[in-house]
Design a binder for this molecule. Structure first.
Ligand code: HEM
Length: 404
């Protein structure tokens, strides 16, 4: 699948403090430098490209917004056209008090024991993908490896049909890369997803099996029926939140390690259960955190000393907070053995990621299997890595030489 820049063209950004744009082509490859540069000037940037929208870049400002559900609502979780049609995808689009019940409904499926049981299958899935590269000297690590792993994980966990993986990736691409600028795309993707999910949920009601989709199709909250649109929304969220997030984290890790053979050597020399793998993958999550969320301002208030007004949009730049030197020692250094690492890649507050156990397992297993299979791989100097912009940032093509 080709990943192109957004369909509705806007001029390239030249002033990231007063005119930021997360769909600008500079964002994907350079976001960390952009946030660092903004932070040197002020704690929060602004833009008028999507109506008024702010971009805080410090840990302090990001945690303030994430923890303040009185003034900031999750009814809008990405920055897009202010007149964009928005569909519910609970719990991520819910505010208190409803949020709690929606989250409680999803949590049991993601409990650590249930996720840990998935390790052997995920490992053999990764090994099969690697076996598919037999005889090759070069590969695209994103297209031939990282993009498949989270689809397998989420489908195993929920019962969503894995054969439709290309469909999911196409929705995700259009939803994140095109829809923020183009309401027609947003509506079209929502309609396609709704029709698809509607059909599988109805099928589970008619033919219940032991899977999470059947649980969602037949779920109630405190004995009360849940609106059908919300049930469709749970599944929409699982597809949207569970795939390109982890795909981006794994691919960023491979992009990084492909340029740091010294760190690969240290990891490969360590046992899979060694602490270095844990600190190393947490550092991938801190340094290359893929997910930026957003909120709608619902009451006039202040962030980092700057007035913001009801109706404004607010990015929740968790990845930028992870590079704040006030929050991390030598924030700009990737330290494989970073011991103190309270990163916010999975968010903060009531919406903190429900899938973090699964994401962590997929990340560590995928990196272990790849680095052990190709300990001498490097980025291919003749080809470019391409990056997804916007809400979920990470490599979408990652050409490598396997150097067996
Ligand atoms: C490296 C991979 C991942 C990252 C970095 C990530 C990041 C995040 C972040 C930052 C949030 C907070 C949203 C907010 O504050 O508005 C979140 C929420 C969420 N994530 Fe993830 N995520 C990842 C993987 C997954 C996976 C594999 C799933 C499984 C389906 C998942 C499911 C969810 C759900 C359901 C929520 C909503 C929680 C709530 O609103 O209470 N995520 N994630």
């Amino acid at each position: 699948m080709a990943y192109e820049s957004a369909g509705v063209d806007l001029p390239a950004v030249t002033d990231w403090v007063n005119d930021w744009d997360w769909l600008d082509d500079q964002w994907g490859p350079n976001a960390i430098d952009i946030w660092n540069q903004v932070r040197e000037e002020c704690p929060m940037a602004s833009t008028e490209r999507y109506g008024r929208a702010f971009m805080p870049v410090t840990m302090d400002a990001v945690s303030h917004v994430a923890n303040d559900t009185e003034n900031f609502s999750s009814i809008w979780v990405n920055v897009g056209r202010p007149d964009a049609p928005r569909r519910p995808a609970p719990p991520i689009t819910s505010d208190p008090p409803e949020h709690h019940d929606h989250r409680r409904l999803l949590l049991p499926a993601f409990n650590p024991k249930r996720i840990a049981e998935m390790e052997a299958d995920l490992r053999s899935y990764c090994r099969n993908l690697i076996a598919g590269l037999d005889g090759l000297d070069a590969a695209d690590a994103a297209e031939q490896y990282t993009q498949h792993i989270p689809v397998h994980g989420i489908c195993q966990l929920t019962g969503i049909p894995e054969k439709d993986a290309d469909l999911f990736r196409d929705w995700i691409y259009r939803n994140f890369q095109l829809a923020p600028r183009d309401n027609d795309v947003r509506l079209q993707v929502a309609a396609e997803m709704t029709a698809y999910i509607d059909e599988i949920l109805h099928d589970r009601i008619a033919n219940p099996i032991d899977d999470m989709l059947t649980e969602i199709a037949t779920a109630t909250i405190d004995g009360e029926d849940i609106e059908w649109d919300l049930k469709v929304g749970y599944v929409r969220l699982l597809i949207i939140a569970g795939i390109d997030t982890t795909w981006s984290a794994i691919a960023s890790g491979l992009w990084h390690f492909g340029q740091h053979p010294d760190q690969v050597a240290q990891l490969v020399a360590a046992d899979n259960t060694d602490l270095l793998w844990q600190t190393g993958t947490e550092e991938v999550l801190r340094y290359y955190a893929p997910v930026t969320m957003a909120r709608k301002v619902i009451k006039d208030t202040e962030v980092a000393g700057c007035p913001v007004h009801a109706g404004d949009q607010m990015l929740l730049t968790f990845p930028a907070a992870n590079h704040d030197p006030e929050a991390f020692e030598n924030a700009d250094e990737f330290q494989l053995d970073r011991a103190k690492n309270r990163h916010v890649a999975f968010g903060l507050g009531i919406h903190r990621c429900v899938g973090s156990n699964l994401a962590r397992l997929e990340l560590v297993v995928a990196l272990q299997e790849w680095l052990r299979a190709f300990p001498n791989y490097t980025l291919d100097p003749t080809k470019e890595t391409t990056w997804a912009n916007g809400q979920v940032r990470g490599p979408r093509t990652l050409p490598v030489l396997l150097n067996r």
